[in-house]
Design a protein around this ligand. Structure first.
Ligand SMILES: *[C@@H]1O[C@H](CO)[C@@H](O)[C@H](O)[C@H]1NC(C)=O
Ligand SMILES: *[C@@H]1O[C@H](CO)[C@@H](O)[C@H](O)[C@H]1NC(C)=O
Ligand SMILES: *[C@@H]1O[C@H](CO)[C@@H](O)[C@H](O)[C@H]1NC(C)=O
Ligand SMILES: *[C@@H]1O[C@H](CO)[C@@H](O)[C@H](O)[C@H]1NC(C)=O
Ligand SMILES: *[C@@H]1O[C@H](CO)[C@@H](O)[C@H](O)[C@H]1NC(C)=O
Ligand SMILES: *[C@@H]1O[C@H](CO)[C@@H](O)[C@H](O)[C@H]1NC(C)=O
Ligand SMILES: *[C@@H]1O[C@H](CO)[C@@H](O)[C@H](O)[C@H]1NC(C)=O
Ligand SMILES: *[C@@H]1O[C@H](CO)[C@@H](O)[C@H](O)[C@H]1NC(C)=O
Length: 584
């Protein structure tokens, strides 16, 4: 009854958020089709950038698990995995499938939500002026509401639903997802500092967004989400998870040590970045000096300064200096030394701009990190571009600001088709977009031995999905089984969403792909090759999914260790024989 009343009132309340979730537009936004992406547009906000923003959000609708809402925009999706959580007497249905398969994974989901909320805090006006704010709200709540269910008590967080090994043997639609789908938790005796802190950071960042706690300075107003009740709820989860992260009886440790089931696909490299980031986002949410102090202490204690690696779902360190700088330049009681954090952030960014490694530019200009970019190459590049574009707003000099913006722009252009293949790497955005994303949902096939040809044409267009991306030679062959290049994932879309919001605000010029006419991408695939022959280790086996990349990283590491071991043994023997010679 009360529910009906709320529904009834919300019909009249089209702009206010007093009654919780924003009402979705009566005439829903639906992606216009790939051919629309080959037309020039003009005006402000630029219609092509606006459509791209809408498409990128639409992708998340396609990834939904559970009972779909009556407002579901993706006609080919069905209710699915409704019994998730039954094994632990909870309702863990809902949320999002992480990638091209049917796994629900808390760690990358948290990172995605954190990233999107942070972006919508800094550049949220873009969602407002494109009429996408209600979809942003809907997308975030679908994830956050599930994440709250996955955190049923202070010291319990579900980190995985589904069995990655079983899932790797299934290729088919959403009606026959294999069971059982076990639910895996971390808890007081079996903690996971990274997973708990990562979820805490997501809740805190999103609480900031829903209560309009914007950073001062040159940032745009946050998306017009204003739901203080919801924000308080999120903040409570953030606080509880933070205290679970730092004070669990089992101590501080990476979550795969407690839940080995995540080790195959979702292993975390360390917890130090998540804990620091959670403390920092929470300090901003609460204006609590001691939390800010803890964040500074962790940054020192864990030796996070001087890090040169990527920013992604597992590795957040480069974002922390940026967030510190945003807080330092805001007029807040937390303080922080602006020039110190600028120096730290700019040290990291200047290396990227100067091509000093470990990231380097491919021949045609994609920022590439050996190892991290071997699968889903666009992800490190777009994440770097997102941080650069955000940080550029508060850079110490105009010269740096311009250099950062232009580098970020180059990566966005590359992703949107200014590359040697002439492929805009977003499904359904242009006639040259990939048409074979590695997605069991969208493929329409159910023969795991014949992913590429059955069916010939992918059954459904997975609009708005950012695919993995090209190999390090800029090659991309749009082959369904080639998961390193064609898989989709929640976290692949996140940086592109924020970058697109930035462009909506600033760009009257179309995204690059509007200049690409049908046929620009020669889709002839190399005969007899499952994937790029020049870079054979990106050849996937059919059943592998995104999980394989971590397994691969381990294989590479183990091989490296064996080589190192052999070498040290060799030199040890050499030096011993040297000693023998000397003594002899
Ligand atoms: C947003 O909605 C308004 C009012 O319906 C409409 O005039 C405007 O064209 C829309 N803007 C975009 C970018 O869709
Ligand atoms: C949803 O169900 C319909 C049949 O009702 C089916 O044709 C379609 O392929 C299903 N969608 C997916 C993603 O499996
Ligand atoms: C705590 O988590 C571990 C690892 O997931 C699990 O084996 C154990 O049963 C959990 N403890 C409780 C009390 O649920
Ligand atoms: C947010 O909504 C509350 C009512 O729930 C209102 O008092 C407040 O002024 C709004 N804030 C903004 C910034 O719109
Ligand atoms: C949950 O954790 C919070 C700290 O965030 C603490 O204040 C509260 O007492 C805890 N509740 C329970 C039931 O342990
Ligand atoms: C900030 O740190 C710099 C050194 O990095 C120092 O010179 C400066 O005095 C500090 N500023 C404040 C306000 O503490
Ligand atoms: C699946 O594909 C394989 C390889 O093409 C083929 O041999 C097999 O007959 C197919 N299975 C079905 C059920 O069509
Ligand atoms: C938009 O362009 C202006 C002028 O070049 C620049 O100062 C600002 O940083 C840009 N904003 C974004 C979000 O890129």
């Amino acid at each position: 009854m009360f529910f009906l009343l709320i529904r009834f009132l919300s019909i009249f309340c089209t702009t206010c958020a007093v009654f919780g979730q924003l009402p979705l537009p009566k005439f829903p936004f639906i992606p216009p089709g790939a051919s629309a992406g080959a037309r020039l547009s003009s005006g402000y906000p630029n219609p092509q950038w606006s459509t791209l923003l809408g498409n990128l959000l639409y992708f998340y609708d396609a990834q939904r698990s559970g009972t779909l809402a009556s407002t579901n925009r993706v006609p080919w999706r069905n209710n699915s995995a409704l019994n998730d959580g039954k094994d632990v007497n909870l309702d863990l249905s809902g949320g999002y499938y992480d990638a091209g398969d049917y796994i629900k994974a808390t760690f990358p989901l948290s990172s995605t939500l954190m990233s999107i909320c942070w972006g919508a805090t800094d550049f949220g006006k873009a969602y407002d002026i494109t009429n996408q704010t209600a979809y942003l709200d809907d997308m975030l709540r679908w994830g956050l509401d599930w994440l709250m269910k996955a955190h049923p008590s202070n010291d319990t967080l579900y980190v995985l639903v589904g069995d990655t090994k079983v899932d790797d043997t299934y290729w088919g639609g959403d009606l026959d997802i294999p069971t059982p789908r076990p639910s895996y938790q971390i808890n007081d005796t079996h903690p996971g500092t990274d997973a708990a802190a990562g979820a805490s950071a997501a809740f805190a960042a999103c609480s900031n967004l829903y209560s309009k706690r914007a950073f001062d300075g040159p940032y745009q107003p946050p998306a017009s989400l204003n739901d203080t009740t919801y924000a308080e709820k999120l903040l409570k989860h953030a606080k509880d998870l933070y205290s679970f992260a730092i004070s669990a009886k089992g101590g501080m440790r990476t979550y795969q040590k407690s839940v080995s089931a995540v080790a195959d696909s979702y292993m975390s490299s360390s917890y130090t970045d998540e804990v620091t980031m959670a403390a920092l986002f929470l300090s901003w949410a609460t204006k609590d000096n001691s939390l800010f102090q803890q964040a500074e202490d962790y940054y020192k204690k864990f030796g996070l300064a001087g890090f040169n690696g990527v920013f992604n779902w597992d590795s957040k360190t480069p974002g922390i200096a940026v967030l510190f700088a945003q807080i330092a330049q805001s007029d807040s009681p937390l303080g922080g030394n602006m020039s110190t954090w600028q120096a730290e952030a700019e040290r990291y960014f200047d290396r990227i701009i100067a091509n000093e490694g470990p990231g380097f530019l491919t021949k045609h200009g994609l920022l590439f990190y050996n190892g991290d970019s071997d699968s889903a190459s666009l992800n490190p590049a777009l994440n770097a571009a997102m941080l650069l574009n955000r940080y550029a707003q508060i850079a110490s000099t105009t010269k740096r600001k311009d250099a950062y913006l232009s580098f970020a722009r180059s990566q966005v252009d590359y992703a949107l088709g200014k590359n040697s293949m002439s492929v805009p790497y977003i499904v359904g955005s242009n006639p040259n977009s990939p048409s074979n994303p590695h997605s069991a949902l969208a493929s329409g096939g159910n023969n795991i031995s014949d992913i590429n040809n059955s069916p010939q044409e992918e059954a459904y267009i997975l609009y708005g999905a950012v695919v993995g991306g090209p190999d390090k030679y800029d090659n991309f062959y749009d082959i369904r089984s080639d998961w390193p290049e064609t898989e989709v994932a929640l976290d692949y879309n996140a940086p592109m969403l924020t970058l697109t919001a930035m462009h909506v605000l600033n760009d009257t010029v179309d995204p690059f792909f509007t200049s690409l006419k049908a046929g620009a991408y020669d889709k002839v695939q190399p005969q007899g090759l499952p994937c790029d022959a020049v870079f054979p280790h990106s050849c996937p086996t059919p059943s592998l999914s995104r999980g394989g990349r971590i397994a691969m990283a381990i294989v590479i590491t183990v091989t490296g260790l064996i080589i190192l071991g052999l070498l040290s043994w060799y030199f040890h023997v050499l030096s011993q024989s040297g000693d023998l010679l000397k003594s002899g």
